[in-house]
Design a protein around this ligand. Structure first.
Ligand code: CA
Length: 370
């Protein structure tokens, strides 16, 4: 009996070994006989097509996914207005009219106020700190839970780093200079600006230049030197203010329709996630590398006047910001958890960054001054 079982085992193993060898030999033939399924997706974005960094990043992501998937997932990227308007991206992906989108969560504040925590909080987290919260501090799980309500899978999709406070045609010397000022400033920054006496407008990037040129708005923020130079904002405003209190490290987002994502095989899902993660890192690196040269060009070639917001203005905006941010969660239990997670993380990371990032930057600056 024992011998028969051993014999049977040898036969089975030989057959398996034979099959395996046969598989290897005919792999090319098998691939030809049953080609892998090709998924064709559309990605809509809130940016003008080919805008430096933000507009180019989704195109690079699509190319990366094409290569990593060996052509099994093909994504065509559309600029704002090509398939849906910039502000229609969330709904288009949520409803499944398109599979994927690239934008920023704070654009949807009218529908999902607490989504703003996943882009930027005035006087909140920097890019490095946002990545820490989202990827290793519990933020991602909350973002996924929130967006599941809208049949969306969110992923961090880039970061600009600390932005500029914006473009003005008059100097801002005190809070009085903000009164009645109509400024393009989205998200929580806009709400703070309103409480400080201004009027906030939420316009997509592609409409900023004309709105400022025609006097529809008095001032605007956009991103920072690299992007602002590309939009030519120096042609329609004289003063360029810093620091970007309203967006200290905004995370952009990739959104994928949940059903479309779930129909992908596991390896393609992972490819999409890894490509989004690569894009998230790459964009911050690109802004960091390019901003200074763009600022030099703005100041030296286009004679833009660089100004720092006065301390009393920044201090007041910071006070208002704390009130505005605390009001966001309201009665929604999930929104309350998001607020608490963000604020707890913020407290811890700020404390550590006092003796690491800030201590180092101060020490470096002091040494350079000598
Ligand atoms: Ca901005």
């Amino acid at each position: 009996m024992k011998n028969r079982i051993t014999l049977l085992l040898i036969v089975v193993l030989s057959v398996l070994a034979g099959c395996s060898g046969g598989d290897q030999a005919s792999q090319g033939e098998t691939a030809t006989a049953a080609p892998a399924k090709v998924y064709k997706w559309r990605m809509v974005t809130t940016w003008p097509k080919n805008l430096p960094a933000m507009g180019v990043a989704p195109v690079r992501m699509a190319e990366m996914i094409d290569k990593m998937s060996n052509g099994r997932l093909k994504i065509t990227v559309y600029g704002a207005g090509e398939v849906v308007p910039a502000m229609g991206v969330f709904d288009a992906v949520s409803l499944g009219n398109v599979e994927m989108g690239h934008g920023a969560a704070y654009y949807w504040k009218g529908k999902v106020p607490v989504a703003q925590f996943f882009t930027a909080v005035p006087f909140g987290l920097t890019a490095q700190e946002m990545n820490g919260w989202l990827l290793h501090g519990g933020g991602m799980a909350l973002w996924e839970e929130l967006y599941a309500r809208y049949d969306l899978v969110p992923m961090p999709g880039g970061n600009t780093g600390v932005q500029m406070a914006g473009w003005f045609n008059k100097e801002i010397n005190s809070l009085a200079d903000i009164q009645g000022l109509k400024m393009r400033i989205p998200g929580l920054g806009g709400e703070v600006f309103e409480k400080a006496g201004g009027t906030a407008v939420n316009l997509p990037g592609g409409e900023i230049f004309t709105s400022l040129q025609t006097g529809n708005i008095d001032a605007t923020e956009w991103v920072g030197p690299y992007n602002d130079l590309a939009f030519g904002l120096y042609q329609v405003a004289k003063y360029y203010y810093y620091p970007g209190w309203q967006e200290p490290g905004p995370t952009l987002e990739i959104i994928v329709n949940k059903e479309a994502f779930e129909t992908l095989p596991a390896d393609l899902q992972e490819i999409v996630r890894v490509a989004a993660r690569a894009m998230n890192d790459d964009m911050l690196a690109e802004f960091t590398a390019r901003n200074n040269a763009a600022l030099t060009e703005l100041v030296e070639k286009h004679h833009v006047e660089l100004r720092r917001l006065p301390d009393d203005v920044l201090n007041r905006l910071q006070q208002i910001s704390a009130e505005v941010v605390a009001d966001i969660p309201g009665d929604d239990e999930l929104a309350q958890r998001i607020y608490k997670s963000y604020m707890d993380y913020r407290k811890g990371v700020l404390s550590y960054h006092e003796i690491s990032e800030r201590a180092y930057i101060n020490a470096r600056a002091a040494a350079l001054e000598q």
